[in-house]
Design a protein around this ligand. Structure first.
Ligand SMILES: O=C(O)CCC(=O)N[C@@H](CCC(=O)O)C(=O)O
Ligand SMILES: [Zn+2]
Length: 350
């Protein structure tokens, strides 16, 4: 598509997600200004940069569709972005909207060849000779995020990246966030307060580096980076968007500088977990020993066999150990389930 055609189409019908899905592999660079002075730049398919006339002090990446079948966050971000493009939502902050994996969205699948959310922090290039659309996309997305943060105005700024997902199965706590490993740094009170305002008062504190987008943002870009799970994954058009209203309101307020009623951090308001162990799939024999209806954060009696792989059984080891993200369909070598346990952050939040 030619840049002038794209510009014309966008101005006639300001729906960037629609254009992205119609052109999942490529959109040319274009820039234009809205009547309210906001500058819009398309950097790629699924990648749109917004710069308000007067920039606040935050640089915010809103990412969705890193997994193509997790549609509610895509619909949520598309609504926010369409309101920006139509001049109905006036931004005060620089925002980079990312729709992660357009080809997977069109196909209604989590991934086409590779799990995009296992390819960040350079993992896209760790096996020379192996190529996939997701590896290419991960590399490009890293580049766009770095460019976005590096091109920010000078001065004291706050970098944020919220990578929005929905989970494969139901969850005892419908909304929860994954707080990437901070290498011993304190967790942020202000960010806990924001997550709570999004309805995600369950937080999983990671204890090790990961190849996820949120860890890349936190570790490589020094951003407040999070994976936020907003509910259960459903196909496009089948989401009850009223269940995402709190998150939509909080994100809208964040990017437009409007008042957000956050509650002061109090650990008692949160369900906090840390990862005790990650169970990886090592062979095709990997199997779960509980039903698909069993929800995330379910606990079992000590000794219960939860999963097995060739020559090994994985049992509950301690009281209170709960399951999260069980998925026997992952590629060999990848994490097939996390075992988590309740934890306190007392004294380590500032
Ligand atoms: O429900 C599931 O099993 C997966 C939902 C999902 O995509 N979760 C993210 C979490 C990323 C993180 O650990 O920060 C993922 O698995 O990529
Ligand atoms: Zn996901």
């Amino acid at each position: 598509m030619k840049p002038e055609t794209l510009l014309q189409q966008l101005q006639q019908n300001p729906d960037f997600l629609k254009l992205t899905l119609a052109h999942p592999d490529f959109l040319p660079f274009v820039r234009y200004s809205l009547q309210n002075g906001t500058q819009i730049q398309i950097w790629d398919t699924g990648v749109l940069y917004c710069q308000p006339k007067q920039c606040g002090q935050q640089d915010i990446v809103l990412s969705s569709g890193v997994h193509g079948n997790e549609t509610a966050p895509i619909e949520l971000c598309s609504t926010l972005l369409n309101d920006v493009l139509a001049g109905k939502l006036l931004l005060t902050e620089r925002v980079l909207f990312l729709f992660g994996n357009p080809a997977a969205m069109n196909a209604g699948v989590r991934e086409i060849q590779d799990n995009l959310n296992r390819l960040f922090s350079g993992h896209h290039s760790k096996e020379p000779g192996i190529q996939s659309a997701e590896r290419e996309r991960a590399k490009k997305l890293e580049g766009y995020v770095v460019k976005f943060y590096e091109e920010a105005p000078q001065g004291l700024r706050e970098r944020k990246l919220y990578d929005l997902h929905t989970a494969i199965r139901g969850s005892r706590f419908e909304k929860f966030a994954v707080y990437p490993f901070l290498h011993g740094q304190n967790w942020s009170k202000q960010q806990f307060e924001f997550l709570n305002a999004c309805g995600a008062n369950t937080v999983l504190l990671m204890q090790a580096p990961a190849s996820t987008f949120s860890y890349f943002a936190a570790q490589s870009c020094k951003a407040h980076g999070f994976t936020i799970e907003l509910g259960k994954a459903r196909p496009f058009g089948q989401n009850d968007m009223s269940r995402f209203a709190e998150a939509a309101t909080a994100l809208r307020a964040l990017i437009s500088g409007s008042e957000l009623n956050t509650k002061e951090f109090n650990e008692a308001d949160f369900n906090l977990y840390e990862v005790r162990r990650a169970i990886n799939k090592t062979t095709e024999a990997f199997a779960l020993h509980f039903a698909d209806s069993i929800e995330n954060f379910t606990t079992f009696d000590v000794g219960t066999v939860l999963a097995s792989d060739e020559g090994v059984e994985y049992k509950v080891e301690v009281e209170g150990e709960a399951i999260i993200f069980p998925n026997p369909k992952v590629a060999i070598g990848q994490r097939a389930m996390l075992m988590v346990k309740p934890v306190s952050v007392a004294g380590k939040v500032s």
